[in-house]
Design a binder for this molecule. Structure first.
Ligand code: NGQ
Ligand code: ZN
Length: 456
């Protein structure tokens, strides 16, 4: 068989193409796992609605294993900052083996939920006391290996983390394993870029404005290594962060970022929760992505993103599961809309024009913004893209008697059992009839790893 011959030929009664439902669609998949035009052989029929896989633009894989362990009240008022202490305590115990075990389990769960790619915002670089591992990129390699085992596309974003606050203070004891200086970081980035492949992209992450001292900022932004590929940053997630930025830098975080960096479509501003009207408009006009993580933002008590204003300004957005308190694109998008309904006491907020569907609007936006944040050829069922798609269960009660006008809204809002039945990622069937090809082994190893962590 020649390199580009079709290894699969598919047809479907309904597939999501060109940002809408199309009927009687056919396409091929080549031996590189890419989509090609239909080649005339007898196609296999995909029975059920076919959707492109969803990119997950923000993940801290290790946090999957602590989901639910920070929901009991502490001595004082709990907040994002008290959750962070619990998270730091947990992060201290993770090593390369446990990280791989947790990440592989998480990535299996993502695939089963319809995510076919993940952006890993990775800052657990060194040993707990800050000493590099014998192989300095051991933790990053554990993530690459986990993604390969699960069969998910990975945009690995090694994080630069230099200081413990806006005042430039040193990292706390528990933050030491996150830390690098600029040179060390650039070296890590160069080493990791050697692992780039069809399935792995490497980009840049700056943890947050509070983690990069102002004195290091300009020199950093001008580095050649930062001039290509995606750049992700946590920003304006908490009111406390906005206040600290105002106090130390005389500007709000997003305002400061726009004054000090050439923010364009390569940038993904993760959370960007607290925006003035002017910042929302500026972010929208820049073409950068707002990386929204609604279930984590709810869990951590962050606040609500100004969705209506942002969509009216044609802003780009994508979704991430971040702390993995939930691993479901359906739930992220559902809660994105529900947060707006609860706070505005209106319905159908994401649908900005009469006749628009909330489900279609949000799914379409998240595919586009997610693909942009991932910087991979994904997010659409078209020639040249990765063959990343899933098939909805034609027997799902929640989708019975739905047509192309209603199926996306029923997918998003109706029911709690995922109707994602089969998933192809990179041209390989990774999930068939709701079962991942290696889920038993990966789950068993995960349980062992988590038991060891609990006993540690
Ligand atoms: C993180 N997570 O890096 O895991 C952060 C918390 C911080 C979110 N912001 C730590 N959701 O922001 O300092
Ligand atoms: Zn995060």
């Amino acid at each position: 068989m020649s390199e580009t011959a079709a290894v699969y030929q598919f047809s479907a009664a309904h597939a999501w193409q060109d940002a809408q439902w199309r009927t009687d669609v056919s396409f091929g998949v080549d031996s590189h796992g890419g989509i090609i035009a239909s080649a005339g052989q007898v196609p296999a029929y995909l029975d059920g609605w076919v959707l492109p896989g969803m990119p997950n633009l923000h993940s801290h894989a290790f946090q999957r294993a602590m989901a639910g362990l920070a929901e009991r009240r502490g001595p004082g008022d709990d907040s994002f900052w008290t959750w962070r202490e619990t998270m730091y305590g947990f992060a201290e115990r993770i090593d390369p083996d446990s990280l791989q075990a947790i990440a592989a389990q998480l990535y299996v769960e993502m695939l089963k939920a319809g995510y076919t790619q993940v952006c890993e915002f990775h800052y657990l670089h060194h040993q707990p006391d800050g000493t590099p591992y014998a192989q300095p990129e051991a933790m990053s390699l554990a993530l690459i290996e986990a993604a390969r085992e699960a069969g998910i596309a990975l945009t690995l974003l090694p994080v630069l983390y230099m200081s413990g606050g806006f005042d430039g203070r040193a990292l706390s004891q528990r933050q030491r394993r996150f830390g690098n200086n600029v040179d060390g970081y650039l070296q890590l980035l160069a080493n990791l870029r050697k692992h780039e492949s069809r399935d792995v992209r490497v980009g840049v992450a700056l943890h947050s404005l509070r983690a990069i001292p102002e004195s290091a900022w300009r020199g950093l932004i001008e580095q050649e290594a930062l001039k290509t590929g995606p750049i992700h940053i946590h920003i304006a997630e908490q009111i406390g962060e906005v206040q600290d930025c105002l106090a130390t830098r005389g500007a709000r975080p997003v305002e400061w970022l726009f004054e000090h960096a050439p923010v364009d479509r390569r940038w993904c501003l993760v959370h960007a929760t607290h925006l003035t009207d002017k910042e929302a408009a500026q972010l929208a006009q820049s073409g950068a992505i707002a990386g929204l993580c609604p279930t984590t933002e709810a869990n951590l008590g962050d606040g609500l993103f100004p969705l209506a204003r942002y969509l009216d300004a044609s802003g780009t957005l994508g979704i991430g599961s971040d702390s993995h308190i939930s691993v479901s694109p359906i739930e992220e998008l559902r809660w994105l809309e529900y947060g707006q309904r609860l706070s505005t006491r209106h319905r159908n907020v994401a649908a900005r024009h009469a006749g628009d569907s909330v489900g279609e609007t949000l799914w379409k936006a998240a595919l586009k913004g997610g693909a942009q944040a991932a910087d991979l050829p994904i997010g659409a069922l078209e020639t040249g893209k990765r063959a990343d798609f899933f098939v909805l269960d034609p027997e799902a009660p929640s989708l019975a008697a739905r047509d192309s006008r209603s199926v996306m809204d029923s997918l998003l809002f109706a029911g709690n059992r995922s109707p994602v039945r089969h998933v192809m990622a990179g041209g390989k069937w990774v999930v068939r009839d709701f079962v991942h090809r290696d889920e038993t082994r990966i789950a068993a190893r995960y349980r062992m790893a988590v038991m060891r962590l609990a006993g540690a």
